[in-house]
Design a protein around this ligand. Structure first.
Ligand code: SF4
Ligand code: SF4
Length: 159
């Protein structure tokens, strides 16, 4: 019998597929449409939904579950909107995060900091959406008008 490469866990894909949402990795055929559509990949090309699914299928358990990239997904589901196989990668990511926490790759202190990051990010996004909506009806109002409030929030927040 061929020896398994060190760090490869052939059961990883089955464990992921057994999680709610994780079962969808089975129908992915690696076309890469998700990665092309992902707004996070746009700003950090190291992040690739297609690659993460491939790593799961290859059994790279520790590499996937300990990766900081696991926490980059914004669960916007843009990838799902374009996926020809209707894979909801945001749900796959949720399953992977739950496994990472359950298997001790991320500590409660880290998760508390992530909660603060998420809260701040949502508050900033809300300010920008409000500014965009106001700018739509009033050309004199611009997105830049929201910047002072956003800068104040950032200064007040220590993650
Ligand atoms: S778009 Fe869907 S099928 Fe294509 S790589 Fe992404 S998850 Fe897989
Ligand atoms: S749900 Fe995550 S992986 Fe999918 S497009 Fe949004 S940020 Fe990218």
């Amino acid at each position: 019998m061929a020896e398994l490469k060190k760090g490869v866990d052939p059961n990883f894909k089955y464990d992921v597929a057994a999680q709610p949402g994780g079962e969808q990795i089975k129908v992915c055929y690696s076309c890469g449409t998700c990665t092309a559509a992902c707004p996070v990949t746009d700003v950090d090309p190291r992040y690739s939904p297609r690659k993460i699914i491939r790593q799961v299928l290859l059994g790279l358990r520790e590499e996937v579950l300990s990766s900081e990239l696991l926490w980059y997904c914004e669960t916007c589901y843009t990838c799902s909107a374009y996926c020809p196989q209707n894979v909801k990668f945001g749900d796959v990511m949720r399953a992977l995060r739950e496994m990472a926490v359950a298997e001790g790759y991320f500590k409660p202190e880290f998760l508390e900091r992530m909660r603060k990051v998420d809260h701040l990010a949502h508050a900033v996004r809300l300010d920008l959406v409000r500014a965009a909506l106001e700018a739509k009806d009033q050309p004199e109002v611009s997105l830049e008008a929201a910047l002072p409030e956003i800068t104040k929030k950032l200064k007040e927040t220590t993650v």
